[in-house]
Design a protein around this ligand. Sequence first.
Ligand code: KIV
Ligand code: ZN
Length: 389
Amino acid sequence: MSNSQVQIFDTTLRDGEQVPGCKLNTEQKLIIAKQLDNLGVDIIEAGFPVSSPGDFKSVEAISKIVKNATVCGLTRSVKNDIKVAAEALKYAKKPRIHTGIGTSDSHIKFKFNSTQEDIIERAVAAVTYAKSFVEDVEFYAEDAGRTDNAYLARVCEAVIKAGATVLNIPDTTGYCLPHEYGAKIKYLKENVKGIDKAILSCHCHNDLGLATANSIEGVINGARQIECTINGIGERAGNTALEEVVMILKQHPYLNLDTNIETSMLYGISQLVSDSMGIYTQPNKAIVGANAFAHSSGIHQDGMIKNRGTYEIINPKDVGVTESAIVLTARSGRAALAYRAKNVGYELTKLQLDDVYTNFLSFADKKKEINDNDIHQIIETSNIYKEIV
Ligand code: KIV
Ligand code: ZN
């Protein structure tokens, strides 16, 4: 793997599926897993096999059909979890066990009633046991975002020695600021012995709306894997959105960080996940929201019609959206009306446009949005209709 390559670890089917009311059946998961594989994700976290017989069955079925990506199963640092995950992954071409434990003071005290030393022992035991089944073992230090960096470095060093191939540094509660998360990754890169043997991974939650920014800071500071979900779905406020980090890296080539994602599939897979889970995507969602390429104010529309680059930094086709939309509302100007009228067959002169525009405004004040049928009606009821036809 070249040093500019960022691995995309998709957890839509595990962290994403933890959203209340979004449970998928095995058939739906298989359809999504196939599309994720076609999209070019490097790792598919297919589920948490010990959590239920249904999840075990899904991870096993996904393992059988995925052609290119690594298939990963989540476990706690518990022997039986690991054994069950290994069993569910046994048909995968490239299996990965993702095991881990909480490392922040809060987790150590309240979840485990334990000590820092005992947590390191459990982490090492889990990784060692997972290694007896598969070569590729990822370790997560849950709540790493709130874990003291010096202790986190000790945990990382110990699990690398035990054979961990990937170190996941989750900001489980979405608490870190981007510069803090970036500094944490940098600290680990500089202070963990043996760090060159493992890949650092960003797993950021969106409680303060910073998941994407934190993941990007993570890779700028040396991480080479991002854990993310389609549409940013996931626990509470969600995870890092796959489409956002992928497009940020694509649109900022000077960062010299690439992914294997076929970006023209992003819009389609966003719709697939949203429809399968019954979870609506907010219209202003970056990259895949209904309004991401829609322009409605007169000033913006005028610029867009003259040159798309005035108000768009991404070509909609690059993410699978057919074209930008010039939305007609009472805030639209003459340029937008002329453009949309031309699209439905009317080439208006300046004088004709003045007349039709007056009629348009009285229509638009009564309606939220003017569609193609309305444009015909506006032109047919304008004073100069006879001149136009
Ligand atoms: O947010 C988190 O810490 C997780 C781990 C289980 C990887 O999802
Ligand atoms: Zn998570």
